[in-house]
Design a protein around this ligand. Structure first.
Ligand SMILES: Nc1ncnc2c1ncn2[C@@H]1O[C@H](COP(=O)(O)OP(=O)(O)O)[C@@H](O)[C@H]1O
Ligand SMILES: [Mg+2]
Length: 791
């Protein structure tokens, strides 16, 4: 300082440089001693401009009209630093008249005569012309070169504490649940005593006979089904289903099945395993396309009126995360006629639950085969309940009694019989019914090897086989005897009347039915069908269908509520999703942490470009790529899970008239919270470590949108591939989308291939471009807005 003072007084007082001498770097003093050159190295400087203009973001204390900004060849140390990829700004001026970039933590107001420390609550990255306000809650002491926004972190901590509270203190959600539960007066309205509360020895068919809950449910269903005009009569003629195997092998799974199923009757489809029973109902309901034959409803060849038909599949397709009641109630809320009030629907559902003997487990989760909560039989009854709750006009059930104990099986059949008495057309596949069940069936369709062996009244079936020469005693279970006969196990039933004492083959039994009795019966049936065609009006059916189902907006609401309930019970998956988001953000943040907030450095604006340090053109677009990949990994798997896990349920519901769009909108809305939280955790940790210049809100929004895109993409992938392949495929698709973000190959390259449109379709391009434009072009106008074109 003393030397500086002496020089000031003795020699070059005219130099404006001396106004800042006391603040300048000590090396300036060495410049003073190099008598002939204003450069530190003693080399000849190059004039950058003829005026004394200082570019924004630069510090030019010594320049004036006589001494325009100059470039000085740098010293070895400075040159070495300028060639580094990070922290490569040489803070020492290399010459008396050389402008230098405003250092981090300082700002240099326009004109470049002052270099001021960044005030508290602001941050000043390298090349700042004015201090920037730190956003939200922050840590920005005086002299900050970057902002440390902790708004996001504060929000995240608060949310995480709340989530932990909900998990650690389960009574919180229980209280909420209590609000959703049935009001007390509705429970009181059910008069019948649940079967479970009765002693098991009493649980026999006599109790079922007097079980007034059944009557109550039937009464309730009557309102939904209606009693008059609309009925469903289904006719099928020569129905066939053929599969083509390897080397042109043809497998006739179903052949020439003809007949009808009428409203008010309970038709049982019987046969041994592999007889074609499930295939028959699938073809009948249009779930499998018949390769031959015609199906018609009320005399008109048409597809099924899905809203009026209930189909209970062989496998129990229920939501394991919901309770028994929630599963059944959802179906009722969506599918019952519009006029029903919430209270009426709840009463109807409760009566049904009692009739299905599920009241003691109504608030238990259904579970699945891997995590069982209910028994297989109880789950089956839930599956049946889902259809019965909708009061269908036609009900098709694939083995509803399999897996149930004898009493429960009988109670189910009695329920079905009561519904058929109301005018419901019930078709039910039964594997091997016990005697009481068999005798309570109205009609039987017997299949063997895909061929029709018999279709007619149950009571006539035994005499039909007796007429063929089989001996069926009155003591034995006729159902067992008939199944044995059509399966070829005829030894016990052979009688002297049997032609040549040889049992019939399936083909001969089918031919006998077709040619002899069958032909006659078929023509009788056809006559009946002709009569009923006048009777059952399709218009009435259409009107009944139009009344069915909650309005679209309510369906969306119910689907949303259901999805929320589901998610709230998948705690581990939910927490994992958030943790994965946080870890991904943390990792990417760590990858750029060493850059100390200097995410990209370009070439200085003209005319100061000569002063530029080495540039890393690839860094920002590479960061876009890294972000895309990390988000792809964090969001793809949960996206697949959202839909892929319940594809079968979706098919079941939409096949029975649920609105597809309501399901999807409900699902999508329900995932917003998850996506929002996961991307918030990603952004918070990323922002803390990478300290980007972009405002936190903007950064969050760009990440949120990309998360959302990947979620949607994974969801779409899970729809078209099988459940086990979904995660892998979604992962690879999100990787491709990430790479197609414009980094490698770059947009300028693909433009020359005329394939830019493919890249533009990928959301990664938008994410990268947003990063680039905000990091570089939008926020640092004086410093870096120059020749850089990363993509
Ligand atoms: N999509 C299919 N691919 C191959 N075989 C099938 C298909 N559908 C049915 N089958 C075969 O057709 C036969 C009848 O099946 P199914 O109708 O399920 O019998 P079940 O009477 O036991 O319900 C079985 O042998 C089954 O293997
Ligand atoms: Mg089957």
């Amino acid at each position: 300082m003393m030397l500086c003072d002496a020089i000031l007084r003795r020699t070059v007082l005219s130099f404006p440089f001396f106004r800042v001498c006391w603040h300048a770097h000590p090396s300036i003093l060495r410049i003073m001693s190099s008598a002939n050159s204003p450069c530190l190295t003693g080399d000849t400087p190059t004039n950058l401009t003829t005026s004394d203009n200082c570019s924004p973001g630069f510090f030019c204390p010594n320049n004036d009209g006589d001494h325009p900004p100059q470039y000085c060849p740098p010293t070895k140390q400075c040159q070495a630093r300028r060639l580094l990829m990070i922290k490569n700004i040489c803070p020492e001026p290399q010459g008396l008249y050389e402008p230098h970039i405003c250092a981090p933590g300082y700002y240099c107001p326009l004109g470049g005569r002052q270099k001021l420390q960044c005030p508290k609550g602001h941050f000043c990255p390298t090349g700042s012309e004015r201090p920037r306000l730190c956003s939200g809650i922050h840590i920005c002491p005086a002299g900050s070169s970057k902002q440390m926004p902790i708004t996001g972190l504060t929000i995240v901590v608060l949310i995480d504490v709340l989530i932990l509270l909900f998990i650690l203190f389960p009574w919180l959600p229980t209280r909420v649940k209590r609000h959703m539960k049935l009001p007390l007066h509705v429970k009181d309205a059910i008069i019948c005593t649940p079967l479970s509360r009765k002693r098991s020895s009493q649980r026999n068919s006599e109790i079922l006979e007097t079980y007034d809950g059944l009557q109550k449910f039937v009464e309730s269903s009557k309102r939904g089904i209606g009693t008059d005009a609309a009925r469903i009569q289904i006719e099928f003629e020569k129905l066939g289903f053929t599969l083509k195997g390897k080397q042109g092998m043809v497998n006739e799974v179903l052949k020439d099945v003809t007949g009808s199923a009428s409203p008010g009757s309970l038709l049982a489809v019987m046969g041994a395993s592999g007889a074609g029973k499930s295939t028959f109902v699938k073809v009948l309901t249009g779930k499998a396309r018949a390769t031959s034959g015609i199906t018609s409803i009320n005399g008109t060849p048409t597809s099924m009126t899905t809203k009026l038909i209930g189909y209970v599949p062989q496998d129990d397709i229920v939501l394991p995360e919901l309770t028994v009641r929630e599963n059944i109630l959802h179906s009722a809320l969506i599918r019952l006629p519009k006029g029903w009030t919430r209270r009426e629907i709840e009463e109807h559902v409760d009566t049904l639950i009692h009739c299905l003997d599920l009241s003691h487990v109504e608030n238990s989760l259904v579970g699945d085969v891997i995590n069982p909560v209910l028994s297989g039989g109880q789950r089956k009854r839930v599956s049946i309940g889902i259809e019965l709750a909708a009061a269908p006009m036609m009900l098709i059930l694939d083995e509803p009694t399999s897996g149930l104990d004898a009493t429960s099986a009988l109670s189910i059949i009695k329920l079905l019989k009561s519904l058929s008495d109301l005018g419901v057309n019930v078709i039910c596949i039964i594997h091997q019914p016990r005697r009481e069940i068999f005798l309570s069936l109205d009609r039987v369709l017997l299949l063997a090897g895909g061929r029709q062996i018999y279709l007619g009244n149950t009571k006539d079936s035994v005499s039909y086989f007796r007429d063929l020469g089989y001996s069926i005693s009155d003591e034995c279970n006729p159902a067992d005897a008939i199944i044995d006969i059509v399966s070829g196990d005829t030894q016990r039933y052979a009688s002297p009347l049997l032609p040549q004492h040889e049992p019939h083959s399936i083909h001969s039994l089918a031919d006998i039915w077709k040619g002899h009795e069958g032909g006659e019966r078929a023509s009788t049936q056809n006559a009946t069908i002709q009569n009923t065609r006048q009777k059952f009006q399709t218009d009435a059916l259409a009107a009944a269908a139009a009344q069915r189902g909650a309005p679209q907006i309510r369906q969306i609401f119910y689907c949303l509520l259901r999805a929320w309930t589901q998610q709230s019970r998948q705690k581990v998956g939910f927490i994992l999703e958030i943790v994965v988001g946080a870890i991904s953000g943390l990792m990417i943040g760590l990858a750029v942490y060493q850059l100390d907030g200097l995410l990209f450095q370009g070439v200085y604006l003209s005319p100061f470009e000569l002063l530029s340090s080495s540039t890393n053109y690839t860094l920002v677009s590479e960061l876009g790529l890294l972000n895309s990949l990390a988000i792809g990994l964090a969001a793809a798997a949960p996206g697949v899970k959202t839909f892929g896990e319940e594809k079968t349920l979706y098919w079941r519901e939409t096949a029975s008239g649920h609105s597809r769009s309501a399901y999807f909108i409900g699902k999508i809305l329900s995932t917003f919270f998850r996506i929002g939280l996961s991307s918030l955790h990603f952004t918070v940790f990323y922002a803390l470590l990478a300290t980007p210049i972009m405002p936190f809100g903007q950064l969050y929004l760009s990440h949120l949108l990309y998360f959302y895109c990947i979620y949607g993409l994974a969801c779409a992938v899970s729809m078209v591939v099988s459940r086990k392949d979904g995660p892998l495929l979604a992962m690879i698709v999100s990787l491709i989308i990430g790479i197609f973000g414009g980094y490698g190959p770059s947009l300028s390259t693909v433009k020359s291939w005329h394939l830019e449109w493919i890249w533009r379709m990928c959301p990664g391009v938008s994410l990268s471009q947003h990063s680039v434009s905000t990091y570089l072009l939008g926020t640092r106008p004086g410093f870096l807005k120059r020749t850089f074109t990363p993509m």
